[in-house]
Design a protein around this ligand. Structure first.
Ligand code: C2E
Ligand code: CA
Ligand code: CA
Ligand code: CA
Length: 275
């Protein structure tokens, strides 16, 4: 799938570039967190494949840096993970999502909200205790919360992951395997984890209409997920042809630009999936 390529230009270093070179993402992120500014959360709708009804959303963090502009979460989460900053960041994220869940409930939107757990967060021994506390204290009563975990986090230490996942399930969280298909695990190895859902990485969606191998993979994954009593979500659905194909494969839920971009909470509460 094509990535957006920035045109290559040669020019002398501008003031802006000098400022960028001087800025230090780690300390800038620390400042943004302490001042509670520049960071925000957006929510991408997840809908039922068959009729497009809203069933949930994925919370995604955004950072608007005063000099650099938009910084990708992939970049700054990796930086945060190199220090204790990841703990502060994840607390900030959970608190913000909880606040926005109250906004949703006030607007009669009662859906499952997915929160991403980075690899390092997943290996934090205090994770279950902290999340349980936050769930009880900050979120609306009966809020359904889904945690998205990537394959690489699970396979760092399989037995540890299984135990932790059981604890998270007992604490009332639902669990998704994120970016499925991009790791090294065999399809059948997912059966050992107490999952509720798998999310197929968009790499398998973007060419699926033209590439029969991707179509076959989607069918195999869909069948396997259902045999294991899991639901399955296709990420990155951008065209109605992709929606149709994913629907033909029996995939339960879809998420992607075709349905909606990730939205601010204000836009999310007025989002109408059938419009
Ligand atoms: P992810 O968890 O796989 O999130 C899905 C990414 O795909 C998001 O990028 C989303 O904006 C993008 N996306 C959704 N639909 C489409 C589509 O139709 N086409 C294309 N091309 N892209 C689509 P985003 O927000 O830039 O996040 C990138 C990654 O950063 C996430 O991948 C996740 O791993 C991480 N991330 C984002 N927010 C958080 C967070 O709050 N906590 C943690 N731990 N990680 C986060
Ligand atoms: Ca995710
Ligand atoms: Ca994903
Ligand atoms: Ca991804």
């Amino acid at each position: 799938c094509p990535r957006t390529q920035k045109p290559f230009t040669v020019y002398s270093q501008s003031l802006k570039e000098k400022l960028i070179a001087q800025s230090n993402l780690e300390s800038d992120l620390r400042h943004a967190l302490a001042a509670n500014e520049q960071l925000s959360m957006v929510y991408q709708p997840i809908v039922n494949t068959i009729d497009g009804t809203l069933i949930g959303c994925e919370a995604l963090v955004r950072w608007q840096h005063p000099v650099r502009g938009f910084v990708s979460p992939v970049e700054f989460i990796a930086i945060a993970e190199q220090s204790e900053l990841i703990n502060l960041l994840s607390r900030w994220i959970v608190a913000k999502v909880a606040e926005d869940c109250h906004r949703m409930v006030e607007n009669n939107i009662r859906i499952k909200v997915s929160i991403n757990l980075s690899r390092k967060q997943f290996s934090d021994v205090h994770l279950v205790k902290r999340l349980s506390k936050e769930k009880a204290k900050l979120f609306p009563a009966n809020q359904k919360i889904n945690l998205e975990i990537t394959e690489s986090a699970l396979f760092q230490n399989t037995q540890y992951a299984i135990n932790l996942m059981h604890e998270l399930k007992l604490a009332g969280f639902n669990l998704s395997l994120d970016d499925f298909g991009t790791g090294y695990s065999s399809l059948s190895s997912i059966q050992q984890f107490p999952l509720d859902n798998v999310k197929i990485d968009r790499a398998f969606i973007c060419n699926c209409v033209d590439n029969p191998r991707d179509g076959l993979f989607l069918q195999t994954m869909s069948d396997l997920a259902h045999q294991l009593d899991l639901t399955i979500t296709a990420e990155g659905v951008e065209s109605s042809e992709q929606w149709q194909l994913v629907s033909d494969k029996g995939i339960d839920y879809i998420q992607g630009y075709l349905i909606s971009m990730p939205l601010s909470i204000d836009d999310f509460i007025t989002f109408d999936p059938v419009a």
